[in-house]
Every structure is written in structure tokens, then in C-alpha cells.
Design a binder for this molecule. Structure first.
Ligand SMILES: Cc1cc2nc3c(=O)[nH]c(=O)nc-3n(C[C@H](O)[C@H](O)[C@H](O)COP(=O)(O)OP(=O)(O)OC[C@H]3O[C@@H](n4cnc5c(N)ncnc54)[C@H](O)[C@@H]3O)c2cc1C
Length: 321
């Protein structure tokens, strides 16, 4: 069985989701071939994969792969993988994975299961499980013909310990084919924020925050524990938070260890993006708010009183630890 894991990096820094998938493959007794795409300086990312137990890393190199393009990535991957007879191809369900995997599966004329929360490798194929209907149900998917192609939601699988393997690194000149749409400039917000989809802890705020300035309450709380800050769509639509902070059906899907929902009602579209969080805490002044049905712990109260208290208590805990 030939299993390929397309590992993702940002400027040479490996994404946690890639390590999570690698660890899960190893737990199931499968050693995948890891693939990195880019141009230059990918040895550190390959070394990180080795540390996590990868024995083989293929680096697909091309100047056009220095910045992401869906055609460039899909062409380069198909050019390489179509010569390898892969039985399983997996990648993280990041915005990149969700973008190029459909193109890749179309080139293979194969099925695709996206945003999976479980996978089981067996023989020459795989079965996966993925949430459907905004997370109300989950679906078991098997593949009738190969390769089995799927993406895995970040933060749902555990990263294994240090394996200290030195991987065999193979560099391959990638064939990127014709790229009709290219990224010519990337405008960054300039803020160094914790990536929502990879965060262990998220503190999220809703419409009830009433202004962008009031989100500072959440940033102050989050900074104590190294958390990321998220928002409901109502807060984003009102201009209190940028869209890249939106959690939900039309925002980001997150699975942190802890999700603290502050003044968020718990609409189905919001739950769709965070219901796989391991522990959910809700702070809401309405005891009947639907979020309490999903929460593991609930605080009925005014977030403008509760959150500052929480921040102070967390600071004390941190000082004493
Ligand atoms: C197609 C579609 C896609 C959507 N996608 C998304 C999505 O991706 N993400 C998303 O979040 N929503 C999405 N929505 C919108 C969703 O339906 C809700 O409207 C939205 O989630 C509500 O946001 P909210 O909880 O912040 O606001 P509200 O529903 O207005 O809730 C505010 C809550 O705050 C509480 N509250 C008020 N003041 C305080 C206070 N001082 N202290 C404590 N609690 C207080 C209230 O009791 C209430 O429960 C989508 C809707 C549609 C139709």
C-alpha cells in the first residue's frame, strides 16, 4: 500500500495538522511518504517530519511553487503522484488543502472526502468519517476505486512523541504545467496572531461585545493563556472583528481543546464551526441560550463582568504555576 501525506508549511514552518496526520498513520502501522511543495529552504520542515517519525520526504521543487496557486500545486502533485500508483493521498483540510485537493482528485478521476475527523487505513484503501449537515450527523465514507483522497480537519488527532528519525529526502523538479492564475502580492494584516484552526484554546465573542474596542477584553484574556480570538458572524458583520476571525459554517472550522464562547447565542451555523471542540465553555446572560445545550460548562452572567474576572484569575493561576 502506498500512502502519501501532503505536508503543509508556511514559509518553511510545518503546519501542526501535517504532524497530526503523520502521527495517526504511524499509530495505525503505516509509514506514509510525506510530500513538501515549495522553492528552497524546506530541509527544516523535512527534518521536523523526521522528528515526528517520517522516514521518507519528497520535496517537489519549482520557483513557481514559492507562493501558493491551486493549479501549480495540483499540477505538480499530479505530475509526481500519477507515476507512483498511490493508493491513499491525504492532506490537511486547511484553506489550501480544500482548494487543490478537488483539482487533484479530478485529475485522478477519483472520489474525494473532505474535512474528515477520522481515518482508518487498511489494505490498499482507507475509510474515513466526516461531519455532515453542519455537524449534526457524521458520515462513514469508503472509496470504490483508488486512490482514496481525503483531507483531515486540523486539531482532531493527537501529535505523537519525538521519534528522532532521520528521513531520506528526495528532491524532485516539479512540473507545474500552465498556471493561469498567480498570486502577485500578499497583503498581511501585520498582526502576529495565533492561527485559529491550530489553536489549542479559543476565546470567541459575539454581537453582544457591541464594538471592536470591546474585543480587547477577549484579547486580554486570550493573551494570558496563549489563546486565539474568534468571533461569530454577527460580530464580523457588525464590523467588530475581521472575517478571518469568523468561526462557523461560512467561517473557519476549529477543534481546539477549549472553546470559550462569550455572548454567543449558539446558532446552528456557529456550532457547525466549533462543535468538535473538546471542551466548550459558554458565558451568556440568557440561561435559555442554545449554546448552553452544547456547552460542557456554562456561566450565566454578563460577559463584561465575567471575562475580566476570568482574566484576573488566569493571571493568578499562571503566576503561581
Ligand atoms: C447561511 C448562513 C451562514 C452563517 N454562517 C455563520 C457562521 O459561519 N458563523 C456564525 O457565527 N454565524 C453564522 N451565521 C449566522 C447565525 O445564524 C447567527 O445569526 C449568529 O451566529 C449569531 O451571532 P451571535 O451569537 O453573536 O449573536 P446573537 O444571536 O444576537 O446572540 C447574542 C447572544 O449574546 C447574549 N448576550 C447579550 N449581551 C450579553 C452580555 N452582556 N453578556 C453575556 N451574554 C450576552 C445574548 O443572550 C445572546 O445569546 C450564518 C447564517 C446563515 C443564514
Amino acid at each position: 500500500m502506498s500512502t502519501y501525506l501532503i505536508a503543509e508549511h508556511k514559509d518553511g514552518q510545518l503546519k501542526k495538522a501535517s504532524l497530526e496526520m503523520l502521527s495517526e498513520c504511524l499509530r495505525q502501522g503505516t509509514q506514509p511518504t510525506c510530500i513538501l511543495l515549495g522553492h528552497g529552504a524546506l530541509e527544516a520542515a523535512a527534518g521536523e517530519l523526521g522528528k515526528a517519525g517520517a522516514s521518507k520526504v519528497v520535496i517537489l521543487e519549482h520557483a513557481e511553487l514559492a507562493s501558493y496557486s491551486s493549479e501549480g500545486f495540483a499540477n505538480a502533485l499530479y505530475g509526481y503522484l500519477s507515476k507512483q500508483s498511490p493508493s491513499v493521498i491525504m492532506a490537511g483540510a486547511s484553506w489550501q488543502g480544500k482548494d487543490y485537493l478537488p483539482r487533484l482528485s479530478a485529475k485522478f478521476n477519483a472520489g474525494l472526502a473532505s474535512d474528515c475527523t477520522e481515518f482508518k487505513l487498511s489494505g490498499n484503501s482507507a475509510t474515513v468519517r466526516r461531519p455532515v449537515f453542519a455537524g449534526k450527523c457524521s458520515q462513514a465514507v469508503s472509496f470504490s476505486s483508488g486512490p482514496a483522497i481525503f483531507s483531515v480537519r486540523p486539531n482532531v488527532l493527537a501529535v505523537g512523541g519525538d521519534q528522532s528519525t532521520t528521513p531520506q529526502i528526495e528532491k524532485v523538479a516539479a512540473d507545474v504545467g500552465q498556471i493561469r492564475a498567480k498570486v502577485t502580492e500578499v497583503l498581511s494584516s501585520g498582526q502576529k496572531k495565533v492561527d485559529l484552526t491550530e489553536a489549542d484554546i479559543i476565546v470567541s465573542g459575539g454581537r453582544s461585545l457591541k464594538s471592536a474596542d470591546n474585543f480587547k477584553l477577549l484579547f486580554d484574556c486570550a493573551s494570558v493563556v496563549g489563546a486565539a480570538v474568534g468571533a461569530s458572524r454577527a460580530a464580523v458583520d457588525a464590523g467588530y472583528a475581521p472575517h478571518d476571525m469568523q468561526v462557523g459554517q461560512t467561517g473557519k472550522t476549529v477543534s481546539p481543546k477549549l472553546y470559550v464562547a462569550c455572548g454567543i447565542s449558539g446558532a446552528i451555523q456557529h456550532l457547525a464551526g466549533m462543535r468538535t471542540s473538546k471542551v466548550i465553555v459558554a458565558i451568556n446572560k440568557d440561561p435559555e441560550a442554545p449554546i448552553f445545550q452544547k456547552a460542557d460548562y456554562g456561566i450565566v452572567g454578563d460577559l463584561f463582568e465575567v471575562v475580566p474576572h476570568l482574566t484576573e484569575e488566569l493571571k493568578k493561576l499562571k503566576a503561581n504555576s
